[in-house]
Design a protein around this ligand. Structure first.
Ligand code: SF4
Ligand code: SF4
Length: 260
């Protein structure tokens, strides 16, 4: 009798808080179905057992912050047929990329008694700055349904169905009144990637962009709208500098409002 080999799935961690890996574990029931379809070959957050590559699909969490990680991601890429980055750290450098706008050596001299022992790169960078990436899943953390769709899609040779529209569309889909239009609350929803189901506006607060930039975001127009609501330049810089501060669209918009 002929046995067909199950596709091998690997999950890798770089600089991150592990939240996206926890989102995978949080799939619970679906994880059992996935485990029936694929061999979970490498996932240290779930099991110490590790099967050698090559792997059919690698999910990569975290950003590159050390020379060692920069070398390790090359190995991961070489051993993976498909490589999908998961979360704001892997797709945009994460909250740790806030140091990219300052001198990280100065921070280290304040935080650590012996900073010379820490080996660290000056910048925290997304995975796609180092190796080709087949698909990116945004969010801090990622959305469970988008993750399951991406795994199924890539293992069956189709493109994932992840929507690229904004959080505003999600507001409309769930019948949430616009907090900017109705209440004058600044919101990053118009430039932010869908995936959360418009959680924050549904609680009457503005989106703060945890899913990162949507496809072709008009950040300049949004900043002008925020200006008309009375938001000052320094607050615009801070609004675009959170989890996805080093995503190109958010980085450039924050820099446009930064005083020399
Ligand atoms: S509340 Fe925010 S996300 Fe929702 S429609 Fe208004 S601007 Fe868009
Ligand atoms: S910050 Fe924006 S993207 Fe994040 S959960 Fe709130 S509404 Fe969704």
């Amino acid at each position: 009798m002929r046995h067909t080999r199950k596709p091998k799935l690997a999950v890798w961690k770089f600089a991150s808080c592990d939240g996206c890996q926890l989102s995978i574990l949080n799939c619970e029931d679906e994880l059992l179905s996935i485990a029936g379809e694929v061999e979970i070959a490498y996932f240290l957050e779930a099991s110490r057992a590790a099967v050698r590559g090559p792997y059919d699909l690698s999910l990569v969490e975290g950003s590159i912050t050390t020379e060692h990680d920069a070398a390790r991601i090359q190995q991961v890429r070489r051993s993976s047929k498909y490589l999908v980055t998961i979360g704001a750290c892997a797709t945009a450098g994460g909250i740790q990329a806030l140091r990219n706008f300052k001198d990280v050596r100065e921070f280290m001299s304040i935080v650590y008694a012996t900073p010379e022992h820490a080996e660290i790169l000056d910048k925290s960078t997304p995975i796609e700055h180092h190796v080709p990436v087949d698909f990116e899943l945004r969010g801090c953390p990622i959305n469970k349904e988008q993750l399951l769709d991406a795994i199924g899609a890539l293992l069956h040779g189709r493109r994932p169905n992840t929507p690229r529209h904004s959080v505003c569309v999600e507001c409309k889909l769930r019948g949430v009144s616009c907090v900017m239009v109705a209440r004058g609350i600044p919101c990053l929803g118009p430039v932010t990637h869908a995936g959360c189901g418009a959680i924050c506006p549904s609680y009457g607060r503005g989106c703060y962009g945890c899913f990162g930039p949507k496809e072709t975001p008009n950040t300049a127009s949004l900043s002008a709208s925020w200006g008309r609501l009375g938001v000052e330049e320094g607050d615009l810089v801070r609004a675009f500098r959170t989890f996805n501060a080093y995503a190109d669209a958010f980085r450039m918009e924050s820099e446009a409002h930064e005083k020399d």
